[in-house]
Design a binder for this molecule. Sequence first.
Ligand code: UDP
Length: 484
Amino acid sequence: DVPIHRTTDLELYRELDEFGPAIEELRRLAAEVAAKLGRGRVWMLSSTESGGGVAEMMPRLCSFLADLGIDTRWLVLKPDDPDFFRVTKALHNMIHGEPGLVEMEAAHRIYDRVSREAAHELRQVQRRDLLVVHDPQPAGVAVHLQEAFRPTLVWRCHVGTAKRNACTDEAWSFLRRYLDSYERLIFSLLSYAPQECLERCSEVVPGIDPLSHKNRALRPYKLVGVLRAAGLIDGPSVPDWASFEAPVHRFREGAWTTEPIANLLHVPTIVQISRFDRLKGFAPLLPAFEHLLSRGPSEAKKRRVSSERTESEISRAHLLLAGPDPKGVADDPEAGEVLEELCALQAALPRELRERVHLLRLPMADVKQNALIVNALQRMALVVVQNSKQEGFGLTVAEALWKGTPVAGADVSGIAAQIRDGTDGILIADPTSPESIAEALLRMLSSPLEAETMARTGRARVRDHFTILAQIRGFLRAFDRALE
Ligand code: UDP
């Protein structure tokens, strides 16, 4: 039973002004669920209490539900069995379409043994309660709960892909015998759900927390301070605002004037922030940038949508690629390799271009500092790119849009769920093609007004669909259906 530090107060979100109606709706939905639960509780069950998005979100989720009058506790299953982790890691890969388990029946035996033991540990859970099991690792407990104590069961799956192949089919057929016990299954996108379970499935899209360090408003001096402290920019801590010229209206939460005040690096920046992982599509961004700079200004002129200012903005642009310092992420050996590949690509660029590509290794030791840096970078960017080859959701897209920064994102399921092409941002048709990426960037950079309009529309969409409040709304609706 993980102690929950009460970190949120729902009413704080009302002060953000935009969330009043959403909070009212949550209260109404929560009252309905609470009435159905009676004296029952909600239990969350996951397989880790630190590391990863699920663990990060859990305390906030639980304390929100508690704020809404639903007694919610978090339990962590901690199996101490390397065989079990081998099985669940293989399952994870298979759900994403890669090969995994070979000996299915042997894998079931291991999975069942650990799940049975875990189910015996769930003594506090009662029949009147609702148990929400997160991800494949603990999913097996459902079949081993004693009938007399069996609560209403919901499974929340945080992983998945819309693409199907023999591996995904095998993963779902492995999990099927456990999932059949659940009243309701929740997926991040309905297209990730196995077809045969669709009638029991709900969609709860991931979302950002507008009050977290990663997304909260940053005043310009704070923003500059964060970047200076991280050694990312030089100069005085109180900048001479008059000499700056970038989109500072984004730094001033709420105000949408295009008053030119500051550009932190005095240049327009194209920014991607992600783990250094091949699937994040960093590598094609370098040739795309080269392409943009060599053809961009004349192309922009031809299209006659740009002004001299935008042409010069394109020719002065810098590319900033940021991710966790590989030294700080020991569990991800690939990160170092990916960064080295990017360094080699950078070194191969002509000198004047090389100086305009920046590979940033963000410090990871201090979680708050890391979050503030990500926040500042997403705010100062002229355009945020997310060129992933695959993306379950892609929180960085919602994070950037929330800050009013225009986003060009790859046309893959998670990102396409957030960006309607040409409305909330631009979709890159082929994230492996430098021409396709350059085309999207050029469209963004050559018509700044259109880009700002899209960002504003995107921000409203994030507010309505991709925040933690929207997630809780999704959970409450799914709980309500499960308790029917
Ligand atoms: N992120 C971060 N520091 C970094 C790089 C990324 O905090 O140096 C964050 C990023 O802001 C986002 C999360 O890590 O909140 C990544 O989530 P996303 O859904 O974009 O991709 P994932 O890493 O889960 O595949």
